[in-house]
Design a protein around this ligand. Structure first.
Ligand code: 5GP
Ligand code: ZN
Length: 113
């Protein structure tokens, strides 16, 4: 999709700190991290939200989720890790290309929730 920030990140038109990439998915650091190591995982095909994912596309995302989680754990050593996905503006979605948040948690020092 031409006017999508995350499609531009996948193509390299907008720079990002890449964590992981394969044929189907792309993972990168969130530009405004809620905590140290906040990472986003997205499908390479533009899909607006969870309603638009095929079962195969959902499978491709969740099959790499353990790998992303392990890399975050190894690098940042958080005490916990939230996986989160917002669908629709009412739910807090601000970028309309499906993304799964990986939000490391550091006990009482991470400042939220
Ligand atoms: P949402 O609110 O849609 O669930 O999450 C969108 C996320 O994308 C936010 O956490 C925001 O910081 C992140 N984001 C928005 N624009 C950019 C960008 O250009 N680069 C990166 N790396 N993250 C972005
Ligand atoms: Zn897109």
């Amino acid at each position: 999709m031409t006017n999508c920030i995350f499609c531009k990140i996948i193509s390299g038109e907008i720079p990002s700190v890449k964590i992981y990439e394969d044929e189907h998915v792309f993972a990168f650091m969130d530009i405004m991290p809620l905590s140290k190591g906040h990472t986003l995982l997205i499908p390479k095909t533009h899909r607006e939200s969870v309603y638009d994912l095929t079962p195969d596309e959902a499978g491709n995302l969740f099959s790499v989720a353990p790998k992303i989680a392990a890399a975050i754990k190894e690098t940042f050593n958080p005490e916990g890790l939230n996986l989160l996905n917002n669908n629709g503006a009412k739910a807090g979605q601000s970028v309309f290309h499906f993304h799964l948040h990986f939000i490391p948690r550091y006990g009482e020092t991470d400042g939220f929730g």
